[in-house]
Design a protein around this ligand. Structure first.
Ligand SMILES: [Zn+2]
Length: 411
């Protein structure tokens, strides 16, 4: 395949991209067209690596399509609603909802997803089995990493400890955690210690939901970072949300962020689910982590879809330009240079979380995964949430978008 007239991010001159056997083989201006090649004219639009969504819940997607029975918009209420929804899961139902979400994400140019899947005494391993089946079925269009996630806690949810070990045997790729679900700090630490024990036993990475509230006393983030240091888990641990650090004082937060940097800790902020932080009085808090400070300190930070239409959050369609734009607004990034930071958060920073960054990106020798986005630059891509004209994975076209708007008026 030969892609002509591609605008690569950070390069002035348009390039041609030659793909052979699913690999980028040449990236140069004006590559000669040969007869047997399939040719796509990118027409000067931006050609980017495919997107990476490092934090999803594929077991929960689309459970709130018919609304949710809640008048109170709090985190506790959302968790209670999800309990009721979870009781009705079947493997087939989880599988079909997960496949729908994967296809929606892929249609917007995402070809790598890390998903947490609830493991607890309400759902047992039903969610996991459904998501594993969806992962297998979508193998050609999306690479999926599955996190065994104790959403309800471990020590306050009888049986979960055993189920987590079973989940790893069943095929989960990573171990997750939710220390804030435990009743006391002591048990939160025990929770984190068990997560590290399982991770080390299977030599897998860790992706936990950490300090995702406004609790000024929450200390799981620093404890997890310290355990990462002790265990030599540099770069292998990701904290989802990490919002409490925004409510703690600057001196303390700075010390914690220095530790995060020291252990190459990854942070995934998902600003669109700030709705679950509860309703404030004015002025309303943002309910996100210290995005700008972490970027300035060189901490790897990404952003993700997190949920699509479930008990926590009724919106979302799996478009990284959509939730990326929201992240830009909420971080107050509003220049062409800072919008690049957000673009990195949905591409290379997210790839670093999945630890695929070495083989990721439009470079000779890498797997040929790319998006052709109908915009001249990143800023315009976000502003318009521009069409993904083509999504290409391993050198194969997996999505082609030929939609166009026709005006029937003379004006
Ligand atoms: Zn989450």
């Amino acid at each position: 395949m030969l892609i002509k007239n591609a605008k690569l991010v950070g390069r002035e001159k348009e390039m041609d991209i030659l793909i052979r056997d699913g690999i980028f083989t040449r990236i140069e201006p004006n590559i000669d067209e040969e007869n047997e090649l399939e040719i796509i004219d990118a027409k000067g639009y931006i050609v980017t690596p495919t997107f990476v969504n490092p934090h999803m819940h594929l077991d929960k997607v689309y459970t709130a399509l018919k609304g949710r029975e809640s008048e109170v918009e709090t985190l506790e209420e959302s968790i209670k609603i999800m309990h009721d929804m979870k009781r009705n899961y079947t493997v087939e139902d989880v599988k079909s909802r997960a496949i729908r979400a994967i296809k929606d994400c892929v249609s917007h140019g995402t070809t790598k997803i890390r998903t947490s899947v609830d493991i607890d005494n309400i759902i047992d391993l039903i969610g996991l089995k459904g998501v594993i089946a969806a992962k297998e079925e979508c193998n050609d269009i999306c690479d999926i990493q599955i996190v065994a996630f104790p959403q309800e806690g471990i020590f306050n949810n009888e049986g979960t400890q055993e189920l987590l070990w079973e989940a790893m045997e069943e095929g989960a790729d990573l171990i997750g955690g939710m220390p804030a679900a435990e009743w006391t700090d002591e048990y939160s630490k025990k929770h984190i210690n068990l997560v590290f024990e399982i991770a080390k036993n299977y030599d897998v990475d860790i992706d936990m939901h950490i300090d995702q509230t406004k609790d000024i006393f929450a200390r799981s983030l620093e404890y997890t970072a310290m355990r990462s240091l002790e265990e030599g888990y540099h770069g292998r641990v990701t904290g989802g949300h990490c919002t409490s650090i925004s409510y703690q004082n600057d001196a303390h937060a700075e010390k914690v962020m220095k530790l995060l940097k020291l252990v190459d800790f990854n942070v995934c902020t998902n600003p669109q689910v700030l709705a679950i932080m509860g309703i404030d009085r004015e002025p309303r808090t943002r309910g996100v982590t210290r995005i700008r400070e972490m970027v300035e300190m060189g901490i790897n930070i990404a952003t993700a879809q997190d949920t699509i239409c479930d008990g926590f959050h009724i919106f979302g369609k799996g478009d990284p330009l959509d939730y990326g734009l929201l992240c830009a607004y909420i971080s107050q990034y509003n220049t062409p240079a800072t919008v690049k930071i957000v673009f990195d958060m949905i591409t290379i920073n997210a790839a670093k979380i999945l630890r695929v960054d070495g083989s990721y990106g439009i470079k000779v020798g890498n797997k040929a995964d790319l998006n052709i986005i109908e915009a001249p630059n990143i800023q315009e891509a976000f502003r318009l949430r521009a069409d993904r004209k083509y999504v290409i994975k391993n050198g194969n076209i997996i999505v082609e978008n030929i939609s166009s708007t026709k005006f029937h008026s003379e004006i």
